[in-house]
Design a protein around this ligand. Structure first.
Ligand SMILES: *Cc1c(COP(=O)(O)O)cnc(C)c1O
Length: 406
């Protein structure tokens, strides 16, 4: 065996360590877990940070004899370290990383066959809705969109063909809350999978697998990455057979992230707890400021005690995060536009979950792919403004909103 490969064979021992690390991590506090998730000194050099293995293939010592890595679409050590980290932070057994959040969603839908039905939340990320309606409907998969914030609606929508229930909680952008444990019980009875898009909460605030979900999906682009510098997605699950099916789709369809991007998300995860603490603190201050503002009509934030599902949010989340939306008393699009184009610290941009604050107009930006009548039915009005409150000084953020709202 070439000298270079001898050190690499330690990867095999690392597989065992990975399993025991997941066991140990279950008992750790969040801060410890996020910093150490997936991190093992590199077996060939001892490097404390997992190197960016920028390679497409791996040299074999004899035909079919390798160190567990054959071709980088199937396996890459940097991605493998990240996938272990993803499992650890969501209290799951297996993690899979994808080239984007929608690529992760795409992989879940590819578990299905023509004729299968999906029950999905009517209020969810526009790109998920677009993928379902514009790409997968034509392959004979049926989607039913319902208000999942009342779990009984889910029960009524289940049929013998229901194979998957897809929810987001809190939702984007109206911050509706769905009872994950209640929907998980319904999906188990129906023999369907429950997948929860946990992007808005992040694993710091909520762990859907612990509440009975089968799959957790993330747009790692958002809070996991945390610095608006990478596009990536993730799936985490407990069931080994389900993992095998999803891994098969991952390598067969090929929507894998590059090693540099995996490195960036791993680095992001290390500070998730400190960032989220500050997002929650700033979010609470801004939500209350807006609510008391004379020109603001309504603030959508799941931390208000009079939010219609506050009790569920309080029970299944550890905090309420920095995402919120609001409308002005003057509900014209012109009034909203004035605010959207007057902020200095809040940058007008799609996306969320980065350290810097963003302001967004869902009707014309993130949710433009949803037909206007559909949007209005769900309460997503033309004047709605969404904020991703960052971790800057809260007073500076308030000053910015004050001058923009006027
Ligand atoms: C951004 C986002 C997605 C899609 O993820 P990408 O990384 O942009 O592909 C899915 N769900 C939610 C809630 C999102 O915010």
């Amino acid at each position: 065996m070439p000298a270079l490969l001898q050190g690499m064979s330690k990867f095999a021992t690392n597989n065992l360590k990975t399993m025991s690390q997941k066991e140990t991590a279950r008992k750790q506090q969040l801060a410890t877990k996020f910093i150490h998730a997936g991190a093992e000194p590199d077996p060939s050099t001892g490097a404390i940070m997992t190197p960016i293995y920028q390679t497409s293939t791996y040299v074999q010592s004899a035909p079919g004899v390798n160190q567990g890595f054959e071709y980088a679409r199937s396996q890459n050590p940097t991605r493998k370290a990240l996938e272990t980290a993803l499992a650890v932070i969501e209290n799951g057994r297996f993690g899979l990383a994808f080239s984007s959040g929608v690529a992760a969603t795409d992989a879940v839908i590819k578990l299905l066959s023509p004729g299968d039905e999906v029950i999905a939340a009517s209020d969810m990320y526009g790109g998920t809705y677009r993928l379902f309606t514009k790409v997968f409907e034509k392959f004979g998969i049926k989607f039913k969109y319902i208000d999942t914030s009342n779990a009984e609606n889910v029960r009524s929508a289940v049929t013998v063909n229901t194979k998957l229930i897809w929810i987001e909680t809190p939702t984007n952008p109206l911050m509706n809350i769905t009872d994950i444990a209640a929907v998980a019980a319904i999906s188990r009875e129906a023999g369907a999978w429950l997948c929860v898009d946990n992007t808005f909460a992040s694993p710091y605030l909520q762990n859907p697998l612990d509440l009975g979900a089968d799959i957790v999906m993330h747009s790692s682009t958002k809070y996991l990455g945390g610095h608006s510098d990478v596009i990536q997605g993730a799936l985490v699950m407990n069931d080994e057979k389900l993992k095998d099916q999803l891994y098969f789709i991952q390598k067969s369809c090929g929507a894998v992230p590059g090693p540099m991007d995996c490195f960036l998300v791993m680095r992001g995860i290390k500070t998730l707890h400190v960032r989220m603490k500050q997002h929650c603190e700033n979010g609470e201050i801004i939500a209350h400021y807006l609510r008391n503002h004379p020109k603001v009509e309504r603030v959508y934030w799941c931390g208000f005690t009079d939010h219609h599902n506050y009790d569920i949010a309080k029970a299944q989340m550890r905090g309420f995060g920095g995402m919120m939306s609001f409308t002005l008393k003057d509900d014209s699009i012109e009034a909203a536009n004035k605010v959207l184009s007057s902020t200095q610290l809040f940058s007008l941009a799609e996306s969320l979950g980065g350290v810097e604050s963003l302001i967004n107009h869902p009707a014309s930006m993130t949710h433009a792919s949803i037909p206007r009548e559909e949007r209005l039915k769900n309460g997503l009005t033309d004047g709605l403004i969404r904020l991703s409150v960052g971790i800057e000084d809260a007073n500076d953020l308030i000053e910015d909103l004050k001058q923009a709202i006027g």
